[in-house]
Design a binder for this molecule. Structure first.
Ligand code: PMV
Length: 320
């Protein structure tokens, strides 16, 4: 009745922003992401009939804030009549700061919970269960380049291209640590309810997905860079246009974007993307990683630079 799983965050190149169905947490748009290798969350789940309630320990400390979502996710995987569980989560990167820690956490949680009870759901079923907890988590069940499609009443997640097929690198500039001021669910609803740009965002998403798919299948870096930056800035424009406005950036976020523009002007193959937080993720070719890392580390205000290759999806690992 105990198992451990490991999962990595993923970074969306074509973003999920907006919900079609808030009750079932279904996204209003498809999305495409890359799964990371070197940032990860390990999650142990131990069901124990002697426990009076679920217990969640995050990085060694009791954490009740995420517990309702975690408990609901366990109910969905195992059934509401389950025993209570002790859940222990460890991440090797800042959590709740726009680095997709909920994606790696819920992807690892569904795999660990499923293994603990010996159910053996398929990856597709587990992706759907993870997606109910956090939309982007569904993508962390798979490795490399991953697409999430809206299909009828459910989501379908698949690998577009393997991680070794096009081994891009990701350099993350951490511009602030600490939890973000507004969670993505609340911000997405603010966009849907009040941003004048929301409908256009939804309308144009299929064109961006098509373009990214073509770029990935042809390993066309310049094309992927162009559509990914466009999609990211469009998502943030939707947020900036909402009432109240959702502005996740800080001045260092902009300084990092400027650094990336300068690298591009100097011929470096790199592009940026930014999620619901102030961190800047730079995607580049392996030969340019050192230059990108150095330039971002030297950008005023950057607290930390993390680097990663592309990784595999969530897996069960041996309990220690
Ligand atoms: O999965 P959530 O609810 O944390 O939302 C993720 C939203 C973005 O990170 C901004 C975009 C994405 O596709 O990951």
């Amino acid at each position: 009745m105990r198992a451990t799983a490991k999962a990595q965050p993923n970074i969306a190149l074509i973003k999920y922003w907006g919900k079609r169905d808030t009750r079932r947490n279904l996204p209003a748009v498809g999305s495409i992401s890359i799964t990371l290798a070197d940032l990860y969350t390990t999650m142990s789940v131990a069901f124990d009939k002697s426990l009076g309630a679920d217990v969640l320990v995050v990085n060694g400390a009791d954490d009740s804030s995420m517990l309702p979502r975690v408990s609901r996710c366990l109910d969905n995987v195992v059934g509401a009549d389950r025993a209570h569980a002790r859940i222990e989560s460890e991440s090797n990167f800042p959590i709740a700061a726009g680095l997709a820690s909920s994606a790696s956490a819920f992807a690892a949680l569904v795999v660990a919970a499923d293994a603990a009870v010996g159910r053996e759901n398929t990856s597709a079923q587990l992706a759907s269960l993870a997606g109910q907890a956090s939309g982007s988590a569904a993508r962390s069940l798979y490795g490399g380049f991953v697409e999430l499609k809206n299909a009828g009443g459910d989501i379908i997640v698949s690998e577009l291209r393997g991680r070794d097929d096009w081994p891009l690198r990701v350099v993350v500039a951490v511009t602030a640590t600490g939890p973000k001021p507004v969670g993505s669910t609340e911000a997405m609803e603010a966009s849907r309810n009040s941003s004048p740009f929301y409908d256009r965002w939804i309308e144009q998403q299929d064109a961006d997905l098509d373009e990214a798919r073509v770029a990935i299948s042809g390993k066309d870096f310049a094309r992927l860079a162009s559509v990914a930056e466009h999609n990211c800035l469009k998502m943030h424009s939707v947020m900036w246009g909402s009432r109240p406005p959702m502005i996740y950036w800080n001045s260092t976020t902009l300084a990092c974007m400027q650094t990336i523009r300068e690298l591009q002007s100097a011929g470096v193959a790199v592009f940026f993307t930014i999620d619901a937080g102030p961190q800047v993720k730079a995607i580049c070719k392996p030969e340019d990683e050192a230059a990108v890392q150095q330039a971002l580390a030297a950008t005023s205000g950057v607290e930390q630079v993390l680097v990663s290759g592309l990784g595999q999806g969530a897996v069960q690992i041996n309990d220690d």
